[in-house]
Design a protein around this ligand. Structure first.
Ligand code: UD1
Ligand code: CA
Length: 490
């Protein structure tokens, strides 16, 4: 079957008043390139037959940049910015007779993925609609067009915020303003949109109602994606997008390698962008792996196992240790006397857990040592990570909010967890008696000295030591507080 051809219209005529800058909004850089470059790169993945960019404010600059960097892009100018529907209509000269699917995207929405657009196009074509609007749900819908539905959930109308009632403004399903149209049927419908609204603008979001009234088939398709599907309107949103775009690569799990691990664990690690994702996936992973108690190693007399526990070949659970499943103990693991291994723990090949250590909801991938009397909760330990005696990988914050975590030294991102321990990269170490705050990240090959109290992000390949010198003078006690010596008279 011959597939329907695709044309894409990119709206890029607006000034972007809320950016508070003279630079046309779509030329604001994101990840080192103008936003519109990101959009064009995404669009090209869909192999469109035609691409038309609507320019207006700063048209010369926008067109010059795009022509220099991208081939086969045509331009249509919108001299006055009278609204998004008016902007799309400027492409009629170039696409008025085009027979196929027309996709509308935005030069200020650079985080939209090719997958989301493909989902929109496929739904449009399969359903034989004239208009398909993509919608999503966000926690704060301020500024976006709201999707009105009837009691049965059927689409009624898209309402711009300025025209919405107080009750309608509470709706969190919003228009992404991403559309798939059937051309040429769409063009006379677009021309019917009026500007009888609070802003006297020709709103593209009116197209669903106009097409439905003309007896055309329309659909409002909801997908997950939230803010990524929506445009960037302010410098703050641009900064947040920058962080999201750059984070995956640097967070991209370079901390813990998948090499030399059993296939299923390697897969878990490869499919996780961050060690946080690994930790979050751990319970389901264990559930899949465990069924009752399977013992291929040695469980000494006096050791106790509860629940679903696997003990691999060559592993020993010494007398007095307690293992409370679900716990997976791979091959050649040593659990010393009186250690407590609690639910949600995976101990990879060759791990050693010291006397009286307490380990809960921890992924120790391979060859890790958790020494005597140490606590590890809600943590991920990379290859050969070592944690000295008496260390506390603290996992609980003493206030109501969830715990932030950063894998690249940038502003911590909400982990959405109440309990979160430490992430240790491959070959990292923590010396005896150190304490890490909830959500601490220690880069690969980094060593943290004994007694340190650390939090936040520690880059890879560092040596972190804390030297405290205590001095006794007669009748005086001297102690260290936050790096400063305090002298008390006794
Ligand atoms: C628009 C939608 C809103 C939706 C939101 C999603 C309308 C009326 N509203 O609002 O329902 O929730 O997107 O991000 O469509 N543009 C032009 N010419 C114009 C006006 C705008 O080219 O005359 C371009 C802008 O440069 C921008 C895009 O269209 O790239 C969107 O315009 P903007 O003013 O940012 O619309 P929103 O208020 O975000
Ligand atoms: Ca916008």
């Amino acid at each position: 079957m011959k597939s329907t051809p695709l044309a894409v219209i990119i709206l890029a005529a607006g000034k972007g008043t809320r950016m508070k800058s003279d630079l046309p909004k779509v030329l604001h850089p994101l990840n080192g390139k103008p936003m519109v470059a990101q959009v064009l790169a995404t669009v090209q993945k869909l192999s469109p037959a035609r691409v038309v960019v609507i320019t207006g404010y700063g048209a010369d600059d926008v067109e010059a940049y795009i022509s220099k960097s991208f081939k086969n892009v045509r331009f249509a100018r919108q001299v006055e910015q009278l609204g998004t529907a008016h902007a799309v209509l400027q492409a009629k000269k170039l696409l008025g007779t085009f027979a196929g699917t027309v996709l509308v995207v935005y030069g200020d929405a650079p985080l939209v993925t090719p997958e989301a657009l493909q989902t929109l196009i496929s739904n449009h074509r399969q359903g034989g609609h004239t208009v398909t609007e993509l919608t999503t749900t966000v926690s704060n819908p301020t500024g976006f067009g709201r999707i009105l539905r009837d009691k049965k959930g059927a689409y009624v109308q898209t309402m711009e915020e300025k025209d919405a009632t107080h009750a309608q403004r509470k709706i969190t399903e919003v228009s992404t303003c991403l559309y798939s149209f059937t051309s040429p049927a769409i063009w006379p419908l677009l021309a019917k949109i009026d500007n009888n609204n609070a802003k006297a603008e020709y709103y593209l979001t009116r197209i669903m109602s106009v097409a439905a009234q003309a007896g055309r088939k329309v659909n409002a398709l909801t997908i997950e994606g939230g803010l990524e599907l929506l445009g960037i309107n302010s410098p703050e949103e641009l900064a947040a997008a920058e962080q999201r775009l750059t984070a995956p690569q640097s967070e991209g799990n370079t901390f813990i390698s998948a090499e030399g691990l059993p296939d299923d664990l390697a897969k878990l690690i490869r499919s996780s962008k961050t060690p946080l994702e690994m930790l979050n996936a751990l319970p389901a992973f264990l559930k899949k792996k465990l069924k009752g108690q399977t013992i291929h190693g040695t469980v000494e007399k006096g050791a106790v196992l509860h629940g679903d526990v696997y003990v691999g070949k060559g592993s020993t659970v010494h007398s007095g240790a307690v293992v409370e499943g679900p716990v997976y103990i791979a091959e050649d693991v040593t659990i010393r006397p009186h250690a407590n291994i609690r639910h949600g723990t995976y101990l990879g090949k060759g791990c050693v857990i010291g006397h009286s250590a307490d380990v809960k909801n921890t992924l120790a991938v391979k060859g890790c040592k958790i020494q005597d009397g140490t606590f590890s909760g809600d943590s991920v330990l990379g290859h050969n990570a070592r944690v000295g005696s008496g260390v506390i990988l603290a996992n609980r914050k003493f206030n109501q909010s969830s715990i932030g975590v950063s894998f690249n030294g940038k502003k911590p991102v909400d982990s959405k967890r109440d309990f979160l321990g430490c992430f240790m990269g491959d070959d990292s170490r923590i010396g005896a008696n150190a304490i890490t705050s909830p959500g601490t990240v220690i880069g690969q090959h980094t060593w943290v000295g004994s007694g340190a109290v650390i939090s936040g992000y520690v880059a890879p390949d560092q040596l972190v030591t804390v030297k405290q010198e205590l001095e006794y003078k007669s009748k005086q006690r001297i102690s260290l507080k936050a790096g400063k010596a305090i002298t008390y008279d006794l």
